[in-house]
Design a protein around this ligand. Sequence first.
Ligand code: ASP
Length: 428
Amino acid sequence: MKLIGAFMRTRLHTKILVGLLAGIPVGLLLGPRAAAIEPLGQLFIRLITMIVVPLVFSSLFVGTASLGDIRKLGRVGVKTILYYLCTTAIAITIGLILGNIFKPGDNINESTRQSLLSSYQADAEARIELADQKPGVIETLTRIVPRNPIESLAEAHMLQIIFFALLFGIAVTLVPGQRGKPVIDFFDAVSEAMIQMVHIVMKFAPFGVLALIAAVVGKFGIDILLSLLKYTLIVLAGLLLHMTFIYSSAVRIFSGLSARKFFRGIQPAQLIAFSTSSSNATLPVTIECVEENLGVSEEISSFVLPLGATINMDGTALYQGVAAIFIAQVYGISLTLGDQFTIVLMATLASIGAAGVPGIGVITLAMVLQTIGVPLEGIALILGVDRIIDMCRTVVNITGDASAAVVVASSEGDLRKDRSPGEEKDLA
Ligand code: ASP
């Protein structure tokens, strides 16, 4: 009883961490039967995903309307996209360098290769088919302009929602007199209410996280992890390197914020990203952490973060670099420098327009492999450990978005530095 009382009094992100850690023994204990509690986790994912569209639309609209400065908007847009492109290119390069040095595919013997290919063949084919249906780069770019904004909202097309909210926000400031103000006030209240909804939903987070982690652990075979251990470790090392070195340097150099404060502030979002494997679902929590704990203004965070959840996936890009090399090595194909440059380019482009949902990285990987002539069926080789890697790369993806928000906000004088470490606001 005392223990429960003490648990109830701890801070929310400690509770989420406890839920996450408790999920491991529960999953080990229940094994595949842990799938029975997965709906509890799915319920949590649905609850936070439910907030994404109204939150992004209302806060971005209000942010743009209150900014009322188109030039600043353009500047923020250019800085954000440049930051995203640079960090993504660095991430894939790290993945490729590690893949070339440590050669993850060299120690896979013929029997492991055959068993992996046959076990995951059907799954791989389904994903390749999805990759075939994905629009090309030009089409993705034209589709940013919605034909019907209501449809964009209903279907949660993030780039279209961003485009419409920005234009709507600019347009409302051009309405003469005070006539646009009620609209701004209305959406301001909607955005506030959505933030309150995040607080309510997050109370359920520790239980949702426990169920999600237990289900993953219960389903997971340790044998598959062992046969792909080298590949998995190389991806994880790369992700860790990118996160600790690149982001903390960027945040430190461009904003003066210490790495410790940055990582402490973003921790609740990282835990949710790890458990849900979805940058999109994590978005409301990322926005909350970046504004409340790191002091980024709403105008900046409401633009930079939703954009990042869709177009910036550094963790995914890094993993694609290692995975492409791994698959090529297993098939005995040597990739030229030109091929590797194509990987950098394609992985960067492929991430644009791919929503931050679980497993999307494998689908865009198929697009990357196609352009360098590596057999697509090779995807079957890595699917067994993909969920674990997805959890980790999603953490890097949202951390990258948060670092962009800090860097861009600081360059615009929109970063409140009056919070000292340890002063993070609890989300509950
Ligand atoms: N799950 C990742 C995300 O939501 C995308 C991926 O790599 O599959 O950011």
